[in-house]
Design a binder for this molecule. Structure first.
Ligand code: FES
Length: 102
């Protein structure tokens, strides 16, 4: 899990999906693939920034082991801003492919 992220903090900023929603989705729907988390409010189908984090939540749900990067919600948001800046206007159709693949 992301250290410092509270359940009500957003993981997917594009679609305003909170950590709570994602964890509940995983717990209730038992997705077989990380990409199925996109069914939770479209998480991961926008810019693609949160996809690795969704995959991490998925992996952590599969195995009890938890390895947390030391990110606060503010750091997480700032890193996303850097990520968006680095992408420099790639098309959103590529984002969807990114979100759909694992
Ligand atoms: S932050 Fe989740 S797709 Fe952009």
């Amino acid at each position: 899990m992301i250290a410092g992220m509270e359940l009500d903090d957003q993981v997917c900023y594009c679609f305003h999906v909170s950590k709570r929603k994602i964890l509940n989705y995983i717990r209730l729907h038992h997705p077989r693939r990380a990409s199925q988390i996109s069914e939770c409010g479209g998480a991961g189908t926008g810019c693609g920034w949160c996809v690795p984090y969704l995959q991490r939540y998925f992996r952590e749900s599969q195995q009890e082991q938890i390895s947390e990067p030391e990110l606060t919600p503010a750091e997480y948001e700032a890193k996303r801003a850097e990520y968006i800046k680095a992408r420099k206007g790639q098309s959103s159709s590529e984002d969807e492919e990114t979100a759909a693949s694992e």
